[in-house]
Design a protein. Structure first.
Length: 234
């Protein structure tokens, strides 16, 4: 029988995460002069020069994905730099495995925020594969580069005996946040969020339906349960 669980807060370690707000000034990336040009030649070749971004007073930017498609979101992620926000509009999109043993969308070593329009507004249907590495969204975190994923509804529709994964987190980032999302699965072996490695963060204010959060300590394994807590303070 399927169960519905609401996790108010899941703590892997205490981390103070502050959502950055700023006065936004809309601009469009072009070939003309700019006070901040985060595009390099490689990203321009991928067509990201057409992306809109919004400059903030602290020098970071909010990148506006053209849609919720995995191609548009990946382009915005590739264009973003540390501290930037990738804003995904409302809509319903399907993400799937395009290359074997790779995720549908990936964030690698960047401290960015991936932000949808809200639960039931930005709806992503996960049809990624069941083989190793074929998660819906993979984040390879890096220490000193905090990342955040918020404002999405994720729906997994593959009813497979093989385990499938929504968000997969690896690396050594010490202050990530996954919050205000909805995870719904029609399958029996769905891992909504999989955390693997020497990485810590907060998973809070999410809805989980027929899914689970799986935390694996690749360094200490089963002995990790015997390790003393090293909680911070707020």
């Amino acid at each position: 029988m399927k169960t519905r669980i609401r996790f108010t807060t899941v703590l892997f370690t205490m981390a103070l995460i502050v959502t950055l707000g700023a006065l936004l000034i809309t601009t469009v990336v072009s070939s003309g002069p700019s006070t901040r040009d985060p595009l390099d030649a490689e990203s321009a070749d991928r067509g990201t020069s057409a992306l809109q971004h919004t400059l903030q007073p602290n020098g970071t930017a909010a990148w506006h994905a053209a849609s919720c498609s995995q191609t548009d979101i990946q382009a915005a992620i590739d264009a973003a730099s540390d501290g930037d926000i990738v804003l995904v509009p409302a809509g319903q999109c399907v993400w799937s495995t395009l290359v074997a043993h790779t995720p549908a969308v990936s964030i690698s070593g960047k401290g960015i925020t991936l932000q949808g329009a809200g639960i039931d507004q930005t709806v992503i249907t996960d049809t990624s594969g069941t083989s190793w590495g074929e998660s819906m969204l993979h984040v390879m975190g890096m220490e000193g580069h905090p990342f955040r994923i918020t404002g999405f509804s994720f729906i997994e529709i593959i009813d497979s005996e093989e385990s499938t994964t929504g968000i997969s987190i690896q690396g050594d980032c010490k202050n990530f946040r996954i919050d205000h999302n909805s995870f719904v699965s029609e399958g029996a072996n769905y891992t909504s969020v999989f955390v693997n490695g020497s990485t810590y963060g907060v998973i809070d204010h999410n809805d989980f339906y027929n899914g689970r959060v799986l935390v694996f300590d690749a360094i200490y394994g089963n002995e990790s349960w015997q390790r003393p807590l090293s909680l911070g303070s707020a």
